[in-house]
Structures are given as structure tokens and as C-alpha cells.
Design a protein around this ligand. Structure first.
Ligand code: SF4
Length: 499
């Protein structure tokens, strides 16, 4: 018998109230909806059913079985269920559908005991109402989306901005407290809807000011100005030269890899020199960085290598006559291999298009083969602060310290999170590892998302946890409607991941 088995189960959801004989007051968020019989509140998450405040969605409960990743195995009313699933396989009560306790001091909706490898564990389960939250979006493309710091709009409203580009990807920062609550009512509403859709893996249409039109969806290829991106570049132009120099050697006399960041020139580049390739005498526009590496050969755009060019010869300013050799074979290629042309230098030192030899085409194809599929990655970044922590303990700083000491495993809908160092509980989670439709909203406006804190029962007691509210999972099942979902192999089992 676990230590928790001696403890008292909670008294209902902890969220209830009454306004009039026909209405109930929901106090699960500061809006305090007065809900008429048979209706739901503003967020559609709570309703008045037969005069009782009731969660609309069942609690999502994960059952650990192998070979059925993500499959929904049942939708069970508590009276139909004898809890047998619990004895057959470990289960994890997630925050999804659990309800909230914000903004007052109530304990979390579920504080559930379990036993893992002989150790008594506890998981504090809630839905967080996040006013301070945003989405960091990584878009695998070298096409230019817009200037850094440019405003990103949705339905005409400012909802975020372009932030610092990363290797092979453009980055957006979307949502956040200033767009949610610091602008007009419409800006807040559109921001909230956009965030909910993005988190729930729905497509979202955006326009970057002075830049591109985007259609993005978590885990799917981005669509830039109506064109679906296929490949993430293999590297910058210099890296591409470094990777493929040996394979080009003997088949060409010069290669120019066109890239918005660094355009590479094989014979000048250290890779070409190491292979003993003689200089071709080619002269490239733009700013020379180090040998064989050029910045700003063209403007950014949606053409070759994320530049605005469609004619590769437009970045060539000529040839050094004392060095160039008529008959030289020259390849120009982009960093994804999607654009490539082959030329032969004539007697007037002009580059004349020629059929691509098979050996050269094979290396161009190899560039494409080495590109990864272009995807949109969506990370939810949120601060689990405020009174959410009071739902875990009566001394919230101990929760923060315990998390920092790695005594507490924090998950969102069972998905592992990255916790930022420094103060507070600032977490980041990949939305594709969370259950579908994990995100909701309340009209404050703010985003609602599941969050769970799993730890040893002894640690929970030590941090001042609400021990009188700990209940066994069987007790949750007796009193609640649940939806059982098979645990996918993608995420580590949250109880096992806690120390
Ligand atoms: S918006 Fe939703 S959570 Fe907030 S009070 Fe209304 S029904 Fe309850």
C-alpha cells in the first residue's frame, strides 16, 4: 500500500458557486462567468449541467502500452469503468481537461499518487492560465521572410515579429503579453485565436510587414508566398563548398554556391586550395569575407539561395584575364541544389550555358539528398507563475527551488519541457509532443494549457504540498469522466523521468 492510500480524496473539483437559482458562477478564471442552465461559459470549457458547474471536456488520462502510439483507446464515463486499466498498465493523469484553479488559492484540480519502481510518487495536475506566453516558430527556409524586427500580422493585427535568423531557418516570435493585453481588444482577440490555433497544430496565415505572406502549421512544411518549401539548405554556401569540394574535384574547374549569407567560390576557398585547384579568375560581386567566402552578393529574396536573383550570372562581375582559362567548366548552384546551371568559359571570357555533365549533376543531386525536409517547428514558451504555484504548495518558492534542484519533473500534457535557468518557472515545449487540442483560452485574454508537476511524495511533503488533497488514481476515476489515450513512444514516461 502506498503512503497516499491513507489520505483523503478531494472534495469535488474545487470550482463551483451559484449566482441565482438558474445560474452558476464559474470561478476558474477571473472572468467569473455566470452560466445559465444548459449553457457553457465564455471559453466553452465549463458548463451548467443540471445546476452543477461541470467541465465540458473529460480529463485526458494516458495509459502506458507499447505499439499503439497516440491512439485513443476509449472514452469512458466513470460509472462504466471499474478502474481495471490501472491494474493492467501504468496511467498518468494529464492536465488536459483537468480544469484550473486560477486566480485564487485552491489546490490544483488533481493531486494524484502513484508508485514507480517501489517509490511513492505524486503528480500535481492542472491547466495553467498563461497571460505571459508566446510561440517561438522556426521556419526551415533560406527564403527571405522579412527584415528582423518586422511586425508580423494576422487578420491585419500586429501579433508578433521576425526575430534573429538561425542556421538554415527563419525565426518568428508570436503572441506574448503585450499583444494579448497591451493593444486594442481586437488585437488581443486575434492574437489569442492565432496562438490557440498554432498550439493546436492548425494552419495560420500571416503577413510579414514589408516581407512575405506565410502559411504555417506545426510539423508541416511552411508555405511562403503561396509556394510550399521543400528543402532546408544543406548549409551556407561556404559549408556546401567544404562538404562537396572533393566530389566536384576533377569534374569542374570552378563552383559558385549562391547563398544569401555566404556565397562560396571553390577555387578561392580553403577546400579548393587543399585540393590544389588553380584559381579560375572569377570575380564575384559583394563583400569578400575570407578567401572564397562572400557576403551580400545580392539582396535577400525568394530566388537562388534565399537571394533575390533568378539569373546566377547577375552576381558575376567578370574574370581576371591574366588568370582565367577559356574552356573552364563552371557550376553555379544554390544551397539546396534546387537551382543549378552549368557553363563553359569561351574565348572572350564569357560564361556560356552548356549541358550539365552527369558527374556534376550527381553532386548537385547529392546536395538535394542531404537537405532535410523543410518544416515549421512551434514551441510554446510560458511562465508558470502566479497563483498556479499556490495550487501545488502553500509556499510557492519551494516549488521553484525544487524544480531547479531537478526534484520535480515538469510536463505539459505529458510532454517534456525545457526549463529556463534563472528566476521563475519559464518553460518551453514542442507542441507536436503534446496531445491534440491541448490549448484553450479564456477571455481575459490568456492561453490555457495543461501542466503537470511529478515528484516523490516525500519531496512533495517537504515543499509544503497540499497533502490532504492527494488521492489515488482510482479515486479520480470514480468521480470523473476521462478520456483514455495510449501513451506514445515519443515522450519519456513522466513518472519515470522524475527522480
Ligand atoms: S471564461 Fe471559462 S474558465 Fe473563465 S469563468 Fe468563464 S467559463 Fe469559467
Amino acid at each position: 500500500m502506498t503512503e497516499a492510500a491513507d489520505l483523503h480524496p478531494p472534495q469535488g473539483s474545487g470550482v463551483s458557486g451559484s449566482a441565482s437559482p438558474r445560474k452558476v458562477v464559474c470561478n476558474a478564471c477571473p472572468v467569473l462567468c455566470q452560466i445559465s442552465e444548459g449553457r457553457t461559459g465564455a471559453c466553452d470549457r465549463w458548463g451548467n449541467f443540471n445546476g452543477v458547474l461541470t467541465r465540458v471536456d473529460p480529463v485526458v488520462l494516458f495509459k502506458k502500452v507499447s505499439g499503439t502510439a497516440g491512439e485513443i483507446t476509449g472514452f469512458l464515463e466513470s460509472e462504466d469503468w471499474d478502474g481495471s486499466v490501472v491494474s493492467e498498465a501504468p496511467v498518468f493523469v494529464s492536465g488536459l481537461g483537468s480544469g484550473t484553479t486560477y486566480p485564487d488559492y485552491k489546490p490544483a484540480p488533481f493531486i494524484v499518487s502513484s508508485r514507480h519502481e517501489g517509490v511513492d510518487m505524486v503528480t500535481v495536475v492542472t491547466e495553467g492560465i498563461f497571460s505571459y506566453c508566446s510561440f517561438k516558430v522556426k521556419i526551415d527556409t533560406d527564403r527571405w521572410l522579412g527584415p528582423e524586427q518586422a511586425t508580423v500580422r494576422c487578420q491585419g493585427e500586429a501579433i508578433g515579429h521576425v526575430t534573429t535568423a538561425e542556421y538554415g531557418s527563419q525565426m518568428l516570435s508570436l503572441g506574448g503579453v503585450h499583444h494579448l493585453t497591451g493593444g486594442t481588444k481586437k488585437e488581443g482577440r486575434v492574437t489569442c485565436e492565432m496562438m490557440m490555433d498554432l498550439g493546436n497544430r492548425k494552419p495560420v496565415e500571416l503577413q510579414v510587414e514589408g516581407g512575405s505572406r506565410l502559411l504555417i502549421e506545426a510539423g508541416k512544411p511552411p508555405v511562403v508566398n503561396g509556394v510550399e518549401e521543400q528543402r532546408m539548405r544543406v548549409g551556407c554556401g561556404s559549408a556546401t563548398i567544404g562538404i562537396f569540394a572533393q566530389q566536384w574535384h576533377g569534374h569542374v574547374d570552378e563552383v559558385v554556391v549562391v547563398d544569401d549569407h555566404i556565397t562560396g567560390v571553390l577555387t578561392e576557398h580553403q577546400a579548393g586550395r587543399c585540393l590544389g585547384m588553380p584559381p579560375s579568375g572569377i570575380k564575384i560581386k559583394g563583400k569578400k569575407s575570407t578567401p572564397g567566402r562572400y557576403f551580400q552578393v545580392a539582396k535577400p529574396g525568394t530566388g537562388w539561395g534565399g537571394t533575390d536573383i533568378s539569373d546566377p550570372l547577375s552576381i558575376i562581375s567578370g574574370f581576371e584575364p591574366t588568370v582565367a582559362r577559356p574552356g573552364s567548366r563552371i557550376l553555379m548552384v544554390s544551397t539546396t541544389g534546387e537551382d543549378a546551371e552549368f557553363f563553359v568559359l569561351d574565348e572572350d571570357l564569357k560564361m556560356v550555358p552548356a549541358p550539365m555533365p552527369a558527374d556534376v549533376q550527381a553532386v548537385v543531386d547529392r546536395i538535394g539528398e542531404n537537405c532535410e525536409p523543410a518544416l515549421t517547428t512551434v514551441l510554446f514558451l510560458a511562465g508558470a507563475g502566479g497563483s498556479l504555484r499556490a495550487g501545488v504548495t502553500d509556499n510557492p518558492v519551494r516549488l521553484t527551488r525544487s524544480i531547479k534542484d531537478l526534484l520535480v519533473n515538469v510536463t505539459c500534457g505529458g510532454a517534456p519541457v525545457y526549463l529556463w535557468p534563472g528566476g521563475g518557472i519559464t518553460l518551453m515545449v514542442d507542441v507536436t509532443r503534446m496531445p491534440e487540442s491541448s490549448f484553450g483560452w479564456v477571455p481575459t485574454p490568456a492561453i490555457v494549457a495543461p501542466i503537470e508537476f511529478t515528484m516523490r511524495l516525500s519531496d512533495y511533503r517537504a515543499l509544503g504540498g497540499h497533502m490532504q488533497r492527494v488521492q489515488a488514481v482510482q479515486d479520480v476515476l470514480k468521480n470523473e469522466r476521462v478520456r483514455v489515450v495510449s501513451w506514445g513512444e515519443l515522450n519519456p514516461w513522466p513518472v519515470g523521468a522524475a527522480r
